[in-house]
Design a binder for this molecule. Structure first.
Ligand code: ARG
Length: 483
């Protein structure tokens, strides 16, 4: 007869068919409590719902279920007090929680919880519950950062003595065309908010319950999977038990969104780093969000955006590793899938550091309006305006482009000869009359200003102040909708 003392792997979830217990090497490689323990609240919630299904199926009496539920509540309570700790010998979260349950409610009742489920459907469920909770925390942090960017954008609409602040817009990092600072800041907002959109869309796929799939084929106990799904906040049950336990695309899709978000944050970070250099001097970072140097007394470094940029590398690595783990895995569950957790946990932990830090940095940074405005039209940034002015005088764009280019060439020559900067607005009325193939060429001067340039870009998504104002309204609405 099998007795408790004759078991080969005491206290664990398996052992009956083994002659010997696990070797120390196996125990080390197999153990996951050092990282999966954070899933305990989700796993306990799953077990509570499963116990209800067991009662409904007649496997547990309602008295037994009551005792079981109280045990789980107690476990959750001690987890929240950081008092629920796995044993050195526990293989994983699931085994540890069953062991603790049995300690609390005894063998007779505790030993019934595993009926009709496997760690395979359990883990697939717990990770979905956990990721959804973390997504909601990440989302509120994103919205805080975006709100702070919007506040800066709102300020910038009248930051230049009551008028919108204008800055140099760049392509290839070269001066291109003047744009509103607000327009530029909102560009980052839109990109980041698309990741929130992605999270919302991802949720639809995350909200399907794998519970009741068993190891892969389902179970024979008549467990009400819809009941479990509903109790756990899922919208429905995954339709295929093999897929439900074997797939991890929900996890790597989440991971992709984290990586995408990090990439978007790194672009903002990079610009802040650049704007904070002596050469640009577009922003001044608050002391409380900057660091010093151990040797150079004068230094004030932008470590927050640098770490954001740097951590983006490892977060892309997390995604890449996870994708590679899933590649080529035969159906259904394979232990490889245990490796899905650390990469996403790392991404979550990193994002929950980066997002608040970037939000504070953005909220407290001060723009140097004078430098932004002064540079807005340097580097021949109004050449396109001249070409488009000519188009409106019926000159084909191909010629207009050439003519504006000629003007730039003249300016560059004069700059070279004088050793001083010489831009399009430095050309004389006579120069324009001579070089532009229209009556009164000098009238082009009316559009040769940063204000003129931006205010004419009245197209739907252009940089004209009225249009940018509309964007602010749209983004504020989007933030409120997400909240
Ligand atoms: N720790 C495992 C994981 O994270 C749980 C599932 C284990 N399943 C098994 N058949 N060994 O994937």
């Amino acid at each position: 007869m099998v007795t408790k003392d004759s078991l080969t792997n005491q206290g664990s979830l398996w052992g009956g068919r083994f002659k010997s217990g696990p070797s120390p090497e196996l125990q080390i490689i197999s153990k996951s409590t050092q990282f999966d323990w954070r899933l305990a609240p989700a796993d306990i919630a799953g077990s509570k719902a499963h116990a209800d299904a067991l009662e409904k199926a007649g496997v547990l009496t309602s008295e037994e279920n009551k005792i079981m539920q109280a045990g789980f509540d107690k476990m959750l309570e001690s987890f929240n007090k950081s008092e629920l700790i796995p044993e050195e010998t526990d293989e994983d979260l699931h085994g540890a929680l069953e062991r603790i349950l049995i300690e609390l409610v005894g063998d007779e009742i505790g030993g019934k919880i595993r009926a009709g489920r496997s760690r395979n459907d359990q883990i697939a469920t717990s990770i979905r519950i956990y990721l959804k909770q973390e997504m909601s925390e990440i989302q509120s942090q994103i919205l805080l950062l975006v709100s702070n960017l919007v506040e800066q954008a709102k300020w910038a609409m009248s930051g230049a003595d009551g008028k919108p602040v204008i800055m140099p817009g760049r392509t290839h990092l070269q001066h291109a065309q003047p744009v509103l600072l607000s327009h530029h800041l909102l560009a980052h907002c839109w990109a980041i908010l698309r990741d929130v959109d992605r999270f919302q869309d991802w949720k639809k796929r995350d909200e399907k319950s794998p519970y009741g799939s068993g190891a892969l084929a389902g179970q024979t106990l008549g467990l009400d999977q819809n009941l479990v799904a509903k109790e756990l906040g899922f919208t429905s049950v995954e339709p295929n038990s093999i897929d439900a336990t074997a797939s991890r695309d929900v996890v790597y899709e989440f991971s992709f969104i984290c990586a995408s978000l990090a990439i978007n944050l790194s672009r903002l970070a990079e610009e802040i780093i650049l704007w904070n250099t002596k050469e640009f001097s577009f922003v001044k970072l608050d002391d409380s969000y900057s660091t010093g140097s151990s040797i150079m007394p004068q230094k004030k470094n932008p470590d927050i955006p640098e770490l954001t940029r740097g951590k983006t590398g490892r977060m892309i690595g997390d995604l890449t590793g996870l994708l590679a783990t899933c590649k080529g895995l035969p159906l259904a569950y394979n232990r490889d899938l245990q490796e899905d957790k650390e990469p996403v946990f790392d991404q979550i932990d990193q994002l929950l550091q980066i997002l608040p830090a970037m939000a504070g940095l953005v909220r407290t940074m001060k723009f140097n309006v004078q430098n932004l405005q002064k540079n807005a039209i340097r580097g021949f940034a109004l050449a396109t305006d001249i070409a488009e002015w000519l188009v409106k005088k019926d000159i084909p764009f191909r010629n207009a482009h050439e003519i504006a280019g000629e003007l730039v060439k003249v300016c560059e020559q004069r700059a070279f000869e004088s050793g001083k900067e010489y831009d399009l607005y430095d050309l004389s009325d006579a120069d324009f009359d001579k070089m532009l193939p229209v009556e009164n060429g000098h009238e082009v001067r009316s559009i040769l200003s940063a204000e003129g340039s931006v205010s004419m870009r009245e197209n739907i998504n252009g940089t004209a102040p009225g249009r940018v104002q509309e964007q602010i309204i749209q983004i504020v609405k989007k933030i409120n909708d997400f909240r």
